[in-house]
Design a protein around this ligand. Structure first.
Ligand SMILES: C[S@@+](CC[C@H](N)C(=O)[O-])C[C@H]1O[C@@H](n2cnc3c(N)ncnc32)[C@H](O)[C@@H]1O
Length: 244
């Protein structure tokens, strides 16, 4: 990154072939990761499996979209308590840790959680002076009420912000479950909480399913003006989601 010194590192796994299971060239995901003036260098390790469930080991276009949006709105993070859903390797949550009071990064996949925990260790305030928030990793499978209840018990103040970057890919059955979890989190804090979703469109059927499920769960999805953009060859947009 010309002119900017990295302020930390994250571990990202890279599949040896140059194509992901979704046909997107991997080099797209490799540049340093930015949020405001913070730069994360990527440390790459390699894997060969095309296991669909390991999508969280890459950094997705939605993370770039969300980081760009948060970079321009850093004040909304100041002093906040944040939970990220489907964190993957954790770049967004970790960068939010430069501004927030507390960040809880979640995922459901054991392998992804291992990398996430490693990345969190690299960004503990005691290790990296740029990090001020407590970062925690928690297992959270969308729709699992026990897990979300445990999280809300542990973080009893709830969360000011729920973040999600690129957390819809192709599995339609996970969308209602995701919105169950978002609803539970939003209800806990009422109007003091919102869900910021970096949505990358890959299939029309998914686009309408997301809107339908939000409505069914009593939520309003506001497209944030000026955020519709191409990320790679895909169109993405930021939604702010509230309880009606
Ligand atoms: C495409 S990746 C996005 C990762 C990261 N947010 C980014 O933009 O780079 C989707 C993430 O959601 C997680 N995920 C998928 N289904 C899930 C579910 N049912 N419950 C919890 N996490 C899930 C995956 O493990 C993966 O880390």
């Amino acid at each position: 990154m010309i002119g900017r010194e990295p302020t930390g590192y994250v571990i990202i796994l890279v599949k040896l072939s140059s194509i992901t299971p979704f046909g997107v060239p991997l080099f797209f995901f490799l540049p340093d990761i930015l949020l405001s003036d913070n730069v994360l260098n990527c440390i790459l390790t390699f894997w060969e499996t095309a296991d669909f469930d390991l999508t969280g080991q890459l950094v997705w276009p939605g993370a770039k979209l969300l980081n760009d949006y948060l970079s321009k709105n850093v004040e909304m993070l100041q002093g906040c308590s944040v939970i990220e859903l489907g964190s993957g390797v954790g770049v967004t949550g970790i960068l939010c840790g430069r501004f927030c009071r507390q960040v809880v990064l979640t995922d459901h996949n054991d392998e992804v959680l291992k990398i996430l925990k490693k990345n969190i260790e690299l960004h503990a305030p005691s290790v990296n002076p740029n990090c001020c928030a407590e970062l925690e990793a928690e297992r959270l499978e969308w729709g699992n009420s026990d897990q979300i209840n445990q999280i809300l018990k542990r973080y009893s103040g709830g969360f000011d912000l729920i973040l999600g970057a690129d957390i819809y890919i192709l599995i339609q059955s996970s969308v209602p479950l995701l919105f169950d979890t978002v609803e539970q989190l939003l209800c806990f804090r009422g109007e003091q909480c919102k869900f910021i979703l970096a949505y990358v469109s890959r299939a029309k059927i998914m686009d309408s399913l997301v809107i339908k499920e939000a409505t069914r769960h009593g939520m309003r999805m506001n497209e944030v003006p000026g955020t519709r953009a191409l990320v790679g060859n895909l169109e993405g947009v930021i939604f702010e989601v509230f309880l009606e």
